[in-house]
Design a protein around this ligand. Structure first.
Ligand code: TXA
Ligand code: MG
Length: 338
């Protein structure tokens, strides 16, 4: 484990990346599993390490806007204003790719995903390695994304070239993905940068309606994501307390609850076999977003047989939070919440 605040450790990690090794590193969203984004073999080994389907492309991480010229075929005008407004930050842009981008980065598509992470350690590592870093979330495919170095370690053990520890991630949910090859641009994955924030900069933006269809635009969205081992059920807003108490009465094996501080405050002490994970105050969906993946992993560790999650208002990052909760529940917006 390398320490991200030690320059000599960043040098070692950059050297490993340049030699083709995989290095996990922190970003403001989640930890990434990095490889030299111009090295076909290194990028290919990401898929093997994660057990990632070959048709699911990677995001290139850059530290300098100028690097976009080398990565994209033609820079759309919107890219410049979006970068100005949101980079470094949790926004990934899909654009036409330049010719020499490795096939495994784009999974054979003619477009490429790029973002500039808002994290000093990630930026230092990209600069030091001198190339764009291809990095998906540093989890085994199908597991919840990692928001701490320990999460990465739990998934990969010592099988990687190294892990750079930068403490917990501030945002906790993956970046917003915006496809600039459509007109109007389309949000393929909601994240901390909301539709409204994007529209304030570039005008109308569409939302991909169903990210679980057979051939969605962001190939990754069709796979079961953010999945805890136990089935997850979203609780209905209306009779929340009654419903939870009812579930407690019927409990026969360990079950877990992802609840706001407010809800926990209204409940009696839980019976044995009921585990509560506090997502923070209801009026702070930002805090709940930071904690979500830790909560899912916590329930994996104690091997609960079922998870129940409170719903959050779908405003700002609450939209992305509910998107991840629905995906963890294995469904799309169309399915009924319980
Ligand atoms: O916040 C993030 O974006 C994190 C950190 C590490 O930067 N990365 C991340 O990567 O979430 P990953 O691989 O877990 O998700 C990347 C998503 C996938 O759903 C993939 O299908 C989509 O981006 N994607 C990548 N290239 C694409 C392209 N050319 N067209 C459409 N979707 C693309
Ligand atoms: Mg991922």
């Amino acid at each position: 484990m390398w320490q991200g605040d030690r320059p000599e450790d960043i040098s070692k990690a950059a050297k490993a990346l340049r030699s083709g090794a995989l290095v996990a590193f922190p970003t403001e969203t989640v930890y990434g599993l990095g490889a030299d984004g111009l090295n076909e073999n290194a990028c290919r080994s990401i898929f093997k390490a994660k057990g990632r389907p070959a048709d699911n492309p990677l995001i290139l991480h850059i530290a300098d806007f100028k690097d976009l010229h080398r990565i994209t075929k033609k820079l759309p005008a919107q890219a410049e204003s979006l970068a100005e407004a949101f980079w470094p930050g949790p926004l990934t842009l899909i654009m036409q790719k330049a010719k020499d981008i490795p096939k495994s980065v784009t999974a054979g598509l003619d477009t490429v995903a790029v973002r500039m992470p808002d994290h000093p350690i990630a930026l230092a590592l990209i600069l030091k390695s001198g190339r764009p870093l291809a990095a998906p979330s540093a989890n085994i495919s199908g597991r919840p994304s990692p928001t701490s170095a320990d999460h990465v370690l739990r998934d990969f053990g010592d099988s990687l070239g190294g892990i750079v520890d930068g403490g917990p991630c501030e945002v906790g949910l993956e970046s917003t993905i915006l496809d600039l090859t459509t007109s109007p641009p389309t949000i393929l994955r909601p994240g901390a940068i909301s539709k409204e924030a994007l529209e304030a900069v570039i005008g109308p933006v569409a939302e991909s309606q169903d990210t679980t269809e057979a051939a969605p635009k962001a190939p990754g969205m069709k796979y079961r994501h953010y999945a805890p081992r136990a089935p997850l059920t979203l609780l209905r807003e209306g009779r929340l307390i009654e419903e939870i108490c009812q579930l407690w009465e019927e409990v026969t094996s360990p079950i877990g609850f992802l609840l706001s501080d407010d809800t926990i405050g209204q409940l009696p002490p839980p019976p044995i076999d009921v585990y509560l994970f506090n997502m923070g105050p209801k009026e702070h969906p930002k805090e709940a977003s930071q904690r979500l993946f830790s909560g899912l992993r916590y329930f994996d560790d104690i091997e609960v047989s079922a998870i129940y999650a409170e719903s959050w208002p779908e405003k700002d990052i609450g939209q992305a939070l509910m998107n991840r909760l629905r995906k963890a529940a294995g469904g799309s917006r169309k399915e009924d919440a319980l």
